[in-house]
Ligand binder design. Structure first.
Ligand code: GTP
Length: 317
């Protein structure tokens, strides 16, 4: 982290700090982070709990720098993995300057939201309620939703603000940024300009592979998949390579599943599915690294990894 106290171009009122975006699974958190940052840093999907890692995106403005921490879907702990995720989330919530709490307009405010609201009262960070996916419902339903959010806030000490937003339809994303920034402390920028994420490349690569591997089979393996990037090697350049030729990288990745049956699903008939997964993930990885990539994918069974602390540690949780 760069602390830069001496740059005169930042006004004295410049604010900088951290915001955490929370909400139950599928609430639109990753999509909002992407819209705020303006580039694809977090991985989105139509299915719950694909964001396992805390991913930061940084919003650079004339008057403020907002460092966004995207959290995994908050949920009641069911497995050891769930417990760890919630610990991670609570620790993060206590450290940030403001929390954005997403409640999607296409779903009723319910027990899942109450659970999160209760957790938030423990950490004393200002909470901005965000009525996400606002443009996916008719106006009367949105109004009903905003009232339900207000009532939820009243029973848990009140929200600092309530903002309707539609990330994909680009409605009020800038207002969300304004409101979140208004809760940041006066501070010089925390990161150099232009930096979008400090997520290590291998975590982003793992997420790209995970997203590709889950494509179309999320019902069969929603939580049973973990991805580890084992090694990234640069192949020596050929002597006759032109300067504009891209480097070629060997990226070795292991996909862990819990059972043999799941391994068969990921690999597919005669390896056909795994080849598709590889092709899809490789395109994203090449775009991310700006190099040509040879992706070496392996699938291994790590039995009951969600419940085994040693396996969890090995898989980076
Ligand atoms: N039309 C519309 N769809 C949205 C909007 N925001 C999110 N979605 C969709 O809702 C689904 C879930 O969005 P995500 O951003 O992945 O949700 P999340 O809260 O990060 O989900 P988890 O990673 O499971 O916690 C995706 O299919 C998004 O495309 C929005 O503003 N408008």
């Amino acid at each position: 982290m760069t602390l830069d106290y001496h740059r005169p171009e930042h006004p004295e009122t410049y604010r900088a700090g951290f915001a955490c975006i929370v909400g139950r699974p599928n609430a639109g958190k990753s999509t909002l982070v992407n819209a705020l940052v303006g580039t694809k840093v977090a991985i989105t999907s139509g299915r719950p709990q694909t964001t396992r890692h805390t991913i930061r995106g940084i919003v650079h403005r004339e008057d403020a720098q907002l460092v966004l921490v995207d959290t995994p879907g908050l949920h009641r702990p069911r497995t050891l993995l769930g417990t760890r995720l919630n610990d991670l989330v609570l620790g993060t919530l206590a450290e940030v300057d403001v929390v954005g709490f997403c409640m999607p307009a296409d779903q009723k405010v319910g027990p899942g939201d109450e659970f999160i609201a209760r957790m938030l009262t423990d950490v004393r960070t200002p909470v901005v309620a965000l009525a996400t996916k606002a443009h996916t419902v008719p106006q009367p339903r949105l109004v009903e939703h905003l009232i339900a959010i207000e009532q939820l806030g009243e029973s848990f000490g009140g929200f600092a603000d309530i903002v309707p937003v539609s990330s994909l339809e680009d409605y009020q994303v800038d207002v969300v940024a304004d409101v979140l920034c208004s809760h940041l402390p006066v501070s010089p920028p925390l990161y150099p300009q232009g930096e979008l994420t400090d997520e290590p490349e291998n975590v982003m690569i793992a997420e790209l592979v995970r997203e590709a591997a889950l494509e179309g089979v999320r019902d069969e393996l929603p939580h049973s998949l973990a991805v580890v990037v084992e090694e990234i090697e640069t192949r020596p350049r050929r002597p006759n390579a032109r300067p504009e030729d891209l480097d070629l990288l060997d990226v070795h990745v292991t996909v862990f599943v819990e059972r043999d049956s799941q391994k068969a699903i990921v690999i597919g008939r005669k390896g056909a599915r795994l080849r598709e997964v590889g092709t899809r993930a490789r395109e994203g990885i090449e775009a991310l690294l700006g190099a040509r990539v040879y992706l070496d994918l392996h699938v291994k069974v790590a039995k009951d990894w969600q419940r085994d602390p040693k396996q969890l540690q090995r898989l980076g949780f």
